[in-house]
Design a protein around this ligand. Structure first.
Ligand SMILES: [Zn+2]
Length: 285
């Protein structure tokens, strides 16, 4: 059940007299911290891009997980947490995201079930050494470290291991891909884009389904905004999200763009075809 007054089949913002949801209004677009999120998202000079994005994806997932935990809290008073009665589908602003059943047919499942599947899938990816290698030359960047939950946004660049010094040589032969010099597989870029897309859907559902209750009611909406603006910043800076994916949250993103909190020009890279391999091939219905 959406906080918005009614569904809107196009997923676009109503043009009539209906007022936008609270979370698309500037007075509720505030953050808990002041700071430059673009600096926080920017890759330190000495860090290889694949390493940086692996770090970012894990960090972004850690932040999203905290927000998801909030909609999983049992609320005896209102009962308006995310459960199959309240949210029978994974929806956001007229978009309904579907899952694939065993026969690869798209099916609608309750939002909380969808989110649980996404979480399981992302944790599986992050902990899969073939996707997030743990034996790179720079142990401090390993997936094991990422998964420890101890990460805070890095403020100082960390030195890379000697393997990276060989990068120019390896680049002379064979194909190139994001993270190759750090030992990431060729599918790394499409994997992290898939992860990012699913995380985006979770944020969209959290806002459209649960902004008022619980986030507004427990005064956590600025925390939600802060996690989300950081998520969008990284996504835009590194081309991890396409325009279509962020559409359900575009009005809020536009507010932050106008405030200079996001990179001025969206710079999505070419969309890399998503590989299968157990990825939730969910798509907007
Ligand atoms: Zn929900």
């Amino acid at each position: 059940m959406s906080f918005e007054s009614q569904g809107n089949p196009e997923g676009t913002f109503p043009s009539s007299s209906r007022r936008p949801p609270f979370f698309f209004r500037e007075e509720y677009a505030g953050l808990i911290v002041k700071g430059n999120f673009m600096t926080l998202a920017a890759k330190p000079k000495l860090v290889e891009e694949g390493e940086w994005l692996a770090h970012q994806v894990v960090e972004q997932y850690r932040l999203l997980e905290q927000m998801i935990d909030i909609i999983k809290v049992v609320d005896d008073r209102t009962g308006r947490i995310c459960n199959p009665d309240v949210c029978p589908t994974m929806s956001a602003s007229g978009h309904t995201y579907t899952w694939l059943d065993n026969n690869k047919n798209p099916i609608k499942i309750p939002a909380i079930q969808y989110i649980n599947l996404v979480q399981k899938w992302i944790v599986g990816k992050i902990n899969d050494p073939s996707i997030f290698p743990t034996d790179t030359t720079s142990p401090s960047f390993s997936a094991a470290t990422y998964a420890s939950g101890s990460l805070t946004p890095m403020s100082t660049p960390q030195p890379l291991g000697p393997t990276n010094l060989n990068a120019p040589l390896s680049q002379l032969s064979g194909r190139e891909w994001l993270g190759k010099t750090s030992g990431f597989p060729e599918t790394f870029e499409s994997d992290i884009k898939s992860i990012y897309r699913q995380m985006m859907r979770c944020y969209a559902h959290i806002y459209h389904g649960h902004w008022l209750d619980p986030f507004w009611n427990v005064s956590a909406y600025k925390e939600l905004n802060t996690c989300f603006v950081h998520f969008i910043n990284v996504g835009k800076l590194f081309g991890l999200l396409g325009d279509k994916e962020i559409e359900p949250m575009q009005p809020l993103i536009d507010i932050w763009l106008a405030k200079g909190l996001l990179p001025p020009l969206p710079q999505p890279k070419e969309n890399v075809p998503v590989t299968a391999g157990g990825a939730p091939q969910a798509a907007p219905a």
